[in-house]
Design a protein. Sequence first.
Length: 448
Amino acid sequence: MSDPHAAILIVDDEFSVRDSLDGWFRRDGFRTGTADSAEAALGRLKEGPWDVVLLDIRMPGMDGMELQRRIHEIDPDLPVIMITAFASVDTAVRAMKQGAFDYITKPIDPDELSHQVVKAIDQRRLRTENTRLRQQVEAAGGRFEGIVGDSQAMRQVLEMVRSVASTDATVLIRGESGTGKELVARAVHSQSARRFYPMVPVNCGALSESLLESELFGHEKGAFTGAQYRRKGRLEMADGGTLFLDEIGTISPKTQIELLRVLETKTFTRLGGSQPIEVDFRVICATNPDLEQLVREGTFRDDLYYRIHVVTIHLPPLRDRREDIPALAMHFLHKFARQMNRPFEDFSPDAMDVLVRQDWPGNIRELANAVERALVVGNPPTVVARDLPVHLDNGADAPAGDSLTDIERAHVARILERTGWNISRSAGILGIDRATLYSKIKKYGLRR
């Protein structure tokens, strides 16, 4: 989708190429400018800001390679897409090694070029956002965004985070579902020397083997049916930063071998490609299942286990740090009150007592969902006990027949009904992805 505020500078000595590209992108809603030489392009750069430059490699006088170098002296983050004849692909590849975003060969496929332009603009905006985040990180100092709790158990977790963040060691975060493993991963990343580069999360448990491979390694155009464009994978996106592999214990034996090779060599190739790509990233993994048991069963490679099991952070379940529940509940109350624009201020004593007495099998995620539900059905300014989900009313005295499966089924059904079976919104409230929600709907035989 085009951004009406995005500006494209088109540099080509052929009028027909300039005119065609100018027309294509104007019709798509972009702002455009053109130049017929490198000298003219340098003049137009001063009229910016520009979000991407389309640049012909072969031009009389100063060629595209030299102009690219001059552009990046002026604006190092401005993405340049090289336009080249097929015979000059080697030159284009050399241009990419010197900082070009990508290249495209003539005759130009408008759809492919539009796809590359949108990706380049997204990268430009991401870098701008990273600069802003860098300033926020510096201002934040030692705070851990989103992590709430002052129990002894959480103080130990945060102390471990501070210790491992100063190293580049691989970290394995262990804990039940919903305990906040990704938040801890982000805390490690935000305190590390890699904090000015992205942390790239991958939910291994939500993807099939083939999708996970494509997601991790990326692919070349034509690598498989439906691969219409070259696509960077998460490994490439994490270069310089941190790769967070959630539910690492779910990946297939084949993907385990490929991942181990990447961790050992820090090189990989895209699916359908032959060119090795070097990457430099830190790895943080998370697991709920017992990896040692998976190793004993032969479903998880012991060499990969030892590779990722360098430093371990154990996250306690919420039932083992009940003293943090009031602070967490207030955190979510204020968060959802702002989002919903509902003037809630506090919990009644009996409502807070109900929350503190729960075992919370879904941990922090379940607590957040309960508070959100209370703000939907309750009346400001105070949440009272009757606003909380029905299954919480009996607290610790709930009958033993109420299994976790029964509770989860009822909770999923309740959220679906509340959102009118809006899958995306329901998945967001439940803290899971759409694929996992569809799986639970099928598992529990839920129907609208």
